[in-house]
Design a protein around this ligand. Structure first.
Ligand SMILES: Cc1cc2nc3c(=O)[nH]c(=O)nc-3n(C[C@H](O)[C@H](O)[C@H](O)COP(=O)(O)OP(=O)(O)OC[C@H]3O[C@@H](n4cnc5c(N)ncnc54)[C@H](O)[C@@H]3O)c2cc1C
Length: 422
């Protein structure tokens, strides 16, 4: 059926137009071709030749769709126009992402595959002209891949201040030693943005121990990829465990100023959390449509699923989950766009609420579809895993709940109440 998109009253004609154009590509180009686009992932029994042909056909189809995205002026919407992007602002992007996410995997056809997209935004903001030429432009052109290497096995990722990977200055170089894991896209990456603590015995960077991002080409001696970590029962993945052993890179690979690493990570994650939530909502919307559409046609025990009260309960609860998650997220996005000081609380609230709601909606959709729900023929199983990971990545639920409570208590301790009317 496709995603139903009509102009939203009160939104600018520009945002409504972006949504309409995105929906046209999702509904006309991506959904009808979903199986063919990612066919080689579907697990069909294929010979090596068939697999190669299938891979090539999928690749050609993806390139054709990318060309249409370019034509529609929607390529790399998160990047400024001077770097070949569509130059959308924060709210335009947020409203676009919910449509885009309706097509699972569609974002890569619009030039926004994580972690490259986040790295590109960080390079736009913090990179020198030289770094942009060397890393950003090839990343945007699709000639390079990248990863963001922050989390460490021996320290709590939920407390980024605990990281221990160290970059020691030696003349004009940094020498990096550390142990990271869950660096996504690690297998294909040409470079990593590595979060380090710097140590400068020469004293130029007085504040030793401060968090700093450093660009590390993956072919540098000492970048040792230990493994792609198997997750959810699969034997491997591209979320990599990496040992950095005496990795030497020039000082000019410092991304932003020494000590700006934490802020850069917050920039990346803050806006990113709103985008992740809008993505989750797009996927919930898809799961919801799949669930309702199935209930209209599937007969069980002498009647259609839609006529069973259990299923009506699933539909009603999913409607409430989706609607409340969406309105909360839009409210948070508006707070960010307006520079509202309560935006940080709102972001943490959606970061907890939306993945949980997403998880519930997809879970019900899987239940309605029965065995097909967990098969690779539908995008639901992939969504289910994504929803689960989202409760951990970018700050686990508990950390965000602590922040929400802290901000609220602080307000009341200061003699004021919380204003829900904003
Ligand atoms: C699929 C996937 C992809 C990822 N991709 C990347 C990537 O590309 N780059 C990267 O750097 N990292 C990545 N990560 C890592 C992710 O960001 C971390 O897993 C996350 O930040 C949590 O850190 P941790 O795993 O060390 O858990 P820990 O910090 O050890 O926390 C474990 C649990 O402790 C609980 N907890 C934490 N703090 C508190 C508290 N104050 N009170 C009560 N309970 C608490 C929470 O339940 C939390 O889940 C990825 C993770 C996954 C699963």
């Amino acid at each position: 059926m496709g995603i139903s998109v009509t102009p939203i009253p009160g939104l600018s004609p520009q945002i409504n137009d972006i949504r309409r154009r995105t929906a046209e590509i999702i509904n006309n180009e991506i959904l009808p071709n979903e199986q063919a686009l990612w066919r080689f992932r579907r697990g069909a029994e294929l010979t090596a030749d068939e697999r190669e042909t299938s891979r090539r056909e999928s690749h050609e189809l993806r390139e054709q769709i990318k060309a249409k995205v370019f034509e529609a002026g929607l390529w790399a919407p998160h990047l400024p126009q001077e770097y070949g992007g569509a130059g959308l602002d924060f709210l335009e992007l947020a409203y676009m992402y919910e449509i885009l996410a309706y097509g699972v995997g569609a974002s890569s056809l619009f030039g926004i595959a994580a972690p490259n997209s986040g790295n590109a935004s960080v390079l736009v903001k913090y990179g020198t002209e030289e770094q942009k030429k060397k890393w950003l432009l090839p990343l945007i052109a699709g000639d390079m891949e990248s990863g963001f290497s922050m989390t460490e096995p021996d320290n709590a990722g939920s407390d980024p201040r605990s990281i221990q990977t160290e970059a020691v200055r030696d003349g004009d170089d940094w020498v990096i030693n550390g142990h990271k894991w869950f660096t996504s896209n690690g297998i294909n990456a040409n470079f990593f943005i590595v979060m380090c603590r710097v140590n400068d015995p020469s004293g130029e960077y007085v504040a030793n121990g401060r968090m700093t991002q450093i660009i590390v080409p993956t072919d540098t001696a000492g970048v040792n990829i230990v493994r792609g970590i198997g997750i959810f029962g699969h034997s491997n993945s591209d979320h990599c465990e990496i040992r950095y052993e005496n990795v030497r890179v020039p000082i000019e690979n410092t991304l932003g100023l020494v000590g700006q690493g934490h802020q850069a990570a917050q920039d990346r994650l803050g806006a990113g959390r709103v985008y992740h939530c809008m993505n989750s909502i797009g996927q919930m919307w898809r799961a919801f449509d799949l669930m309702v559409e199935r209930s209209l046609v599937r007969e069980v025990h002498g009647g259609l699923l839609k006529d069973k009260q259990f299923i009506q309960g699933f539909i009603a609860e999913s409607y409430m989950d989706l609607q409340s998650a969406r309105l909360m997220t839009i409210n948070a996005a508006e707070k960010v766009a307006n520079g509202d000081p309560d935006a940080r609380t709102a972001i943490s609230a959606i970061k907890v609420f939306v993945p949980a709601a997403y998880h519930r909606v997809v879970d019900r959709a899987i239940q309605v579809w029965g065995g097909a729900g967990v098969s690779n023929d539908l995008p639901l199983s992939q969504m289910y895993l994504t929803a689960r990971v989202l409760r951990i990545a970018d700050g686990p639920d508990e950390v965000h709940k602590i922040l929400i409570a802290k901000n609220i208590l602080h307000r009341y301790e200061g003699g004021k109440g919380w204003n829900f009317g904003t």
